[in-house]
Write a protein that binds this ligand. Structure first.
Ligand code: SAM
Length: 329
């Protein structure tokens, strides 16, 4: 039986965080303070959980974190996931979300192991602004090299994620439009969500979809491209068809009604929504000796409880019990 929640949404997309460590400290994500406690499981544990999920109808597996490329052994892990078969007998669609810092060396081995696509986060096409946001000096060149290596390796479409923050990088919209056209990558602007470790989110910092579209149109007229319903981004190109921009607008234009995602945290807990107030301890049950069918049954019961939508910006909004870096974006 496939995974379906009680609101009738089919769940086909699993995001697995394989570490909550990160070598960046992006201002909208992590705290600048030291001393956080991290958690990781052996790859064999993730693999067993992924296998059970895939056996229940998951078709896409995205590895994330934290920074997934910090985990030695990720290439072998990808190779093992590529051996699994979905319910329709296909190889799962395996993707990674990474800050790209270590990707230049790893893109080709990951591709050879079975990785299909890469999404790379880059919040400015300007080395100084990039350093101010990531709080890491000299990262920009590495990330650019990582993006180019992903292109060369054929991890297509290469997507570049940019979280826009007023006061930091809202002036980068046109620069990224140029970047998409010149580098042949999809650039996706993401509205800032209240999921950061340091509680700095306000509505005012969010650069909304309407503002982004206005700026893009000043650069060149944009036209919308078709979407699949569960796609998070609304897709656009320019009047001459060169370049692709996605806008992910969970704050101003929520898309929960078509959500097909479930997340597994690096300590093996299921999260049914980024904004869940609860975790569901799959790894705990596994470590207590539950067999595959008991774990599959548990996954179904948890998916059944998936939240209908998030409540960002509404009165009484309660921040989730974990921040993005500890959930897996
Ligand atoms: N370290 C990897 C990376 O940088 O892509 C993977 C993990 S990161 C948490 C995944 C994605 O979440 C990144 O594209 C990041 O920009 C985005 N992200 C993190 N915090 C966010 C927030 N508060 N609002 C919106 N997007 C956020």
């Amino acid at each position: 039986m496939r995974l379906r929640d009680k609101h009738g949404r089919d769940i086909t997309d699993l995001r697995v965080s394989i570490t909550d460590r990160c070598n960046y400290k992006c201002v909208y994500c992590r705290t600048g303070n030291e001393g956080a406690v991290y958690s990781e499981l052996p790859f064999a544990d993730y693999l067993r959980m992924v296998r059970i999920f895939v056996g229940q109808g998951i078709e896409k597996v995205r590895l994330t974190g934290g920074e997934p490329l910090l985990r030695g052994g990720i290439v072998e892990f990808v190779r093992s996931i590529a051996q699994l078969r979905t319910l329709s007998g296909e190889t799962p669609d395996i993707a990674v979300t990474t800050n790209g810092h270590l990707l230049a060396e790893m893109a080709q081995p990951l591709k050879d192991a079975g990785l299909k696509r890469a999404t790379i986060s880059m919040d400015a096409v300007d080395a100084e602004k990039f350093a101010r946001i990531t709080r890491v000096a000299n990262g920009y060149d590495n990330v650019l090299a990582g993006i180019r290596a992903a292109k060369r390796a054929g991890l297509e479409p290469v997507k570049v994620n940019c979280v826009l923050l007023r006061g930091f990088n809202e002036d980068q919209i046109m620069e990224f439009a140029r970047f998409s056209r010149e580098e042949g990558v999809v650039v996706r602007f993401i509205e800032f969500m209240p999921l950061e470790e340091d509680r700095v989110w306000t509505k005012e910092i969010v650069v909304t979809m309407d503002e982004i579209l206005e700026k893009l149109n000043q650069f060149r007229p944009v036209r919308q491209l078709p979407n699949t319903p569960s796609e998070t981004a609304r897709r656009y190109t320019f009047d001459d068809g060169l370049g692709e921009i996605g806008i992910i607008a969970p704050v101003s234009h929520p898309f929960c009604g078509h959500c097909s995602r479930v997340r597994l945290t690096s300590d093996g807990k299921i999260r049914t929504c980024l904004f869940s107030l609860f975790d569901h301890d799959l790894a705990g049950r596994m470590h207590q000796g539950a067999d595959d069918s008991a774990l599959a049954e548990y996954i179904h019961s948890v998916i059944g409880q998936k939240e209908v939508r998030h409540h960002i910006g509404e009165p009484g909004f309660v921040k989730p019990s974990r921040s993005m870096v500890h959930i897996g974006g």
